[in-house]
Design a protein around this ligand. Sequence first.
Ligand code: BEZ
Length: 222
Amino acid sequence: MSEMIEPAAEREVPCAGLRIGDVAPDFSARSTTGDVRLSDYRGRWLILFSHPADFTPVCTTEFVALAGSADEFERRDCALLALSVDSLFSHFAWLRLIRDRYDIEVRFPIVEDPTLVIGRAYGMVAPHDNDSATVRTTFFIDPAGVIRAMTCYPANVGRSTPEMLRTLDALQAVDDGPVLAPANWVPGEALLVQPDASLDSVFSAKGHTDWFMKEVKRGSRK
Ligand code: BEZ
């Protein structure tokens, strides 16, 4: 199991600088569905994401969209775990408002991170921002607990749920074999073969691009 996050003051690291391939730092925290521990998600995919603040317009649209696609994430065996600096009771009040106003229940957990100890460890806090809020950071974490992709959007631009699902589909597809997902790939379309980087394959190829550009069609697992 990975090391638990320590308070920032002890680590003296304002922003962790996590990268693809790193093991996601473990933490435990209070959430809207009870206490959660990151390492408890091992064995399934996890999208850990931060938002700047409860009761804000763009964040509200994101949560409505994600809750509306909850079945799609579930079908891909992927849990959602949200986080912001707001208190648990703020989260509760916001989720109630979302339910009453948009007729949708956000059932995935939202972590409270009042000291930003998790947000800072994950680099979710923009270092030059004066207000200590998290930006829209998204971590795609695989069943082994490894960060496989991450995105960072500013407070004034909401994330795309279809693109989050597409990224997850692509990550799962490349894990099913030595294949690559091309631009704009969606399940059902051809993937690319990992090129055989040898001079023999370069010179024996029939066309100019045949040695590095080969498509492969595979049945969708969705
Ligand atoms: C929003 O979600 O609308 C938002 C949050 C923080 C700053 C600006 C906008």
